[in-house]
Each structure stands twice: as C-alpha cells, then as structure tokens.
Design a protein. Structure first.
Length: 255
C-alpha cells in the first residue's frame, strides 16, 4: 500500500455540508449590518431633532399656535398674558434635580389652569415643589395673583407608560402630565391640548420653581451602531473558525 493511500484525506462532502450554516450566517450578517447602518441614520435624525428643539427653546417667545401640531410646535417658546386659577391647581408626582449633583428631590409638579386674556384656558406647569410643600398654604408666597404674563415652552400631553400608576381624579392623584385628563378633571374640557412649561425665574427663592424641563435627549445611536457591527464581526470570526475546522477534518486512512 502506498503512502498516498495511507495518508489521511479531507472528508468527502465537507464543502457541501458548509452550505446551510454559510447561508444562515450570511442572512444573520446582512441583518446585523443593516441594523448598524440604520443606527447611523437614526443618529443623524436625532442630532437634527436635538438641534431643532434647542433652536425653538432658545428663540424669542411668540404667541401659541392657533392649531396645535406636536411635530411642528412642541418646544416652541411662547408668551401668554392672563390670570392663574390657583384654586384649581393639580399636583403631579415627580422628581427634580437637587442642589447636590446626582441627588434628586421627590415632590410634585404644580399644574395650574391659566385663563388667557385673548380667550380660552391653557394648563401651565409652574414648576416643582418638594413633598413638604405639597399644601398650597405652605407656599403662599409663591402664588401669582392677578394679571400676569408667562413665558415657557409648549409641551404635548405626557403618555402613561405601563410602569406608571393610573391616576385617581377623585383624590386628585396624578403620576403623569396628562393634559386632557387633568383639564377635564378640573372642569376645563375645552382647554388647549398642550401645556406650557414656564421658564425659570433667575434668583427666585419661592416655590414652585420653573425651568425644570431639560432639553437633553439621549443620543446613543453611535454606540448602538458599533455594537451591531461588533456582533457582525464576531459572527464572521466564529463562522470562519467553524468552516476552517470543517474543511480540515481528515478522513482516517483505510485499514
């Protein structure tokens, strides 16, 4: 028997057996690369959105729009004259940044109906009060009586997620800024479909304190893109090792 006959040989059909895993790998690779490219596109869209929001929020205040369009009008900087209806305020559970970095205050956002001089009513988020100042009587110095002008940002109704408790209008317990729900519960079913988040008052020592809205949208799409591309590279590496081993499997020599 010759040396060629006794030498180990590559297993017959090894290349053919690679077709199914190769096809599955190719499909998975296309999906992963597609997700990575999509995250790059989302990154550009998010950057454009952030720039648009910042531009709106820092612009000179204007009158609220007659026809509310969230896509077009949210975060618009507006100015409105009228009078607060302080006896109809609503407290919404929430958190706010404390004076110590990394520490949050627990309390409420004060949502107060505002009767506009030019007609109609709009809900106004006057800002945050800590839990110990829940009662209006404990913060009388922060009430605004009579004619006034407010400046702030337009916001749409805040949706309630699955982890947020349902409101209890009878007990006046709210956990999200539900504009139509709060307006109806306080007797203003025809109020504007948005609310106004008032700007901060520099040097103010009274409560509530406005300016709590942070125009700081997360933009992690670059990180997500590299994650998908990294998984794609790992998949390619694993398949390469798998294919190399399959192609170099040796058939034992005949006895």
């Amino acid at each position: 028997m010759t040396a060629a006959e006794t030498a180990p040989r590559t297993r017959p059909g090894a290349i053919r057996d690679l077709f199914p895993p190769a096809l599955a790998t190719l499909i998975a690779l296309a999906i992963l690369l597609g997700l990575g490219v999509w995250q790059f596109e989302r990154k550009g869209e998010k950057e454009a959105l952030i720039a648009r929001i910042v531009s709106r929020s820092q612009a000179e205040p204007v009158a609220p729009p007659a026809d509310w369009n969230p896509t077009r009008d949210e975060f618009e900087h507006v100015r409105v004259a009228g009078r607060f209806l302080n006896d109809r305020e609503t407290l919404v559970h929430g958190l706010a940044a404390g004076e110590t970095p990394g520490r949050a205050l627990q309390g409420y956002y004060v949502i107060t109906p505002f009767r506009r001089d030019d007609g109609g009513t709009v809900l106004v988020n006057r800002g945050f009060v800590p839990t110990e100042l829940k009662d209006q009587a404990d913060r009388r110095d922060g009430l605004v009586e009579g004619e006034t002008t407010i400046v702030g940002l337009l916001r749409g109704s805040e949706p309630r997620t699955m982890f947020v408790p349902a409101p209890d209008p009878v007990r006046n317990e709210w956990f999200n800024r539900d504009v139509p729900g709060i307006a109806a519960a306080r007797g203003f079913p025809d109020a504007a479909p948005y609310l106004i988040e008032v700007d901060a008052t520099p040097g103010s020592k009274t409560w509530p304190r406005g300016g709590q809205l942070r125009v700081d949208l997360p933009n992690n799409h670059l990180q997500y893109a590299f994650t998908w591309f990294g998984i794609a590279a790992c998949l390619l590496g694993v398949f390469s090792v798998f294919a190399w081993k399959r192609l170099h499997e040796l058939e034992p020599p005949a006895a």
